[in-house]
Design a protein around this ligand. Structure first.
Ligand code: UDP
Length: 462
């Protein structure tokens, strides 16, 4: 007599940031839909924010249980400091994670089906892979950025050996960097750890890149929020790469993405009142900060274009006072501009009124823009965003860079000119539609990402 195969109980561990929590929560929903039991472990602080911004997230019949463990830090100020954050997490979180897994085992009263038997770990929180290894738990790594970014990280030893970068990750020449003849060359300024203007930050970022390299050896299986057709050459240089993206929420899950801010739910209604492809959506992700001067140039640029725009201005997006913005700007643009603290971004991007997306090129935003066939205006800020910009503008040719002058400041004139240029380009629009179709196919029946996801689900059968 054959017994029905049971799924393993999977623990999912994201790095504590919006761009990591969102895709891993989407993946959790995907596997839960197949009948897999998921325990989603956040840090206490992220857990509290997520629950506050998404009432009811942990209720209902879905198979995801949300749990929280301490991150070793006292205040949110400390959490903003990357050295303190990374140090605190790697010092206390492995112990707490182990305790959590042991507690689940204890409470199972010997029922193995209830015990955690598989872990999906964000490579950016790679120390959790070590916990899994030590406890003899099967595991898969998850990479929340592009496959090309990981390929570059994994080639660090070769780049040092070839004298392309030094032991601190600094590019020794200005030349293009080639890691495989099949991959487009990288600009030395696009290295995700490159930060010539701030040596301390560069050191932290390179240390982080090295830790990713170290942790990547703790699993033979890696899941990516990307799709093969988009990054075929990068996939080919990483053995066992399993792209399962773009991870897109179904309409019923738009509000279950685990936003850390309250989403402004008036956006859809506002968009409904505008003609198709008329609105410029402007959002720079979860952690970028502008100087007041840069912020005002952007504001004036949007004002000068004088077409409808929806702009996400997080409460902490400017590092100084912007009185004129609140007192004058909002009043002047009130007939065509809407400013919100946090938008339901994927719902916005899928709305037919949206014409174009002005972005910092975080990987999630990039994929979300591509999946909706939107031309992208790119203003990268840090880590992998420069590399993403190069792929958007030079490889897939679905957008334009907004580069700024000598001092890096982007002016209101450049904002206006580039918005008009990206909206006026038939070539860019055609490429956007091609990439959108590729993305749709990859997650549809018979598509490469769906097949990869299904083969991963098979693996989760006990
Ligand atoms: N996001 C959102 N509302 C906003 C701005 C961003 O829901 O108003 C989401 C966006 O959909 C994406 C994530 O936040 O999934 C940001 O991740 P990304 O990798 O693009 O950028 P990061 O914040 O890590 O720089």
């Amino acid at each position: 007599m054959s017994t029905m195969a049971k799924f393993k109980h999977v623990l999912v561990m994201p790095y504590p940031a919006q761009g990591h929590v969102t895709p891993l929560l989407k993946l959790s929903h995907c596997i839960a839909d197949y009948g897999v039991e998921v325990t989603f472990a956040n840090t206490k602080s992220i857990h509290a924010r997520m629950m506050a911004a998404n009432p009811g997230l942990d209720e209902g019949s879905n198979r995801i249980k949300f749990v929280a463990i301490p991150d070793g830090l006292e205040t949110d100020e400390e959490r903003k400091d990357s050295t303190k954050r990374l140090e605190g997490m790697s010092r206390v979180m492995p112990g707490h994670l182990q305790e959590l897994i042991e507690k689940v085992k204890e409470q199972s009263n010997g029922n193995e089906d209830e015990q955690i038997s598989f872990m999906i770990v964000d490579l950016a929180a790679g120390w959790a892979l070590e916990v899994a290894e030590r406890m003899g738990i099967e595991r898969a790594g998850f990479w929340a950025a592009s496959v090309s970014t990981l390929a570059l990280n994994l080639h660090i030893p070769k780049l040092i050996e070839a004298g392309v970068i030094d032991n601190d990750g600094i590019a020794l020449k200005n030349d293009l960097i080639t890691i495989s003849k099949d991959l487009p060359s990288y600009k030395s300024t696009d290295l995700p750890w490159s930060c010539p203007e701030d040596p301390r930050k560069q050191k932290i970022l390179f240390g982080y890149a090295l830790s990713i390299l170290h942790h990547s050896k703790r699993s033979n299986l890696f899941l990516y929020n990307s799709f093969h057709e988009l990054e075929a050459s990068a996939c080919s240089v990483i053995p066992g790469a399993l792209p399962i993206g773009p991870l897109i929420p179904s309409a019923r899950l738009f509000h279950r993405r685990g936003s850390l801010w309250n989403e402004d739910l008036t956006c859809s209604n506002w968009l409904d009142q505008h003609p198709a492809q008329s609105v410029l959506y402007v959002a720079f992700g979860s952690w970028t900060v502008f100087s007041p001067e840069q912020f005002y140039e952007l504001a004036h640029g949007l004002e000068q274009i004088a077409r409808p725009f929806l702009w996400v201005v997080r409460p902490d997006i400017v590092n100084g006072p912007v009185t004129e913005f609140h007192d004058g700007f909002l009043q002047r643009v009130r007939n065509y501009g809407k400013v919100v603290h946090w938008a339901p971004q994927e719902e916005v991007l899928a709305h037919p009124s949206v014409a174009c997306f002005f972005t910092r090129c975080g990987w999630n935003s990039t994929l979300e823009g591509l999946s909706n066939g939107l031309p992208l205006l790119c203003r990268p800020y840090s880590v992998d965003q420069y590399l993403n910009r190069s792929f958007i503008c030079d490889v897939w040719r679905v957008g334009l860079g907004v580069d700024g002058g000598e001092n890096g400041l982007i002016t209101r004139h450049e904002v206006r000119d580039k918005v008009l240029a990206v909206l006026g380009s038939d070539e860019i629009r055609a490429n956007c539609l091609r990439v959108k179709e590729m993305a749709r196919k990859s997650v549809s029946e018979g598509g490469s990402s769906l097949k990869n996801l299904q083969s991963f689900i098979e693996l989760l059968k006990a």
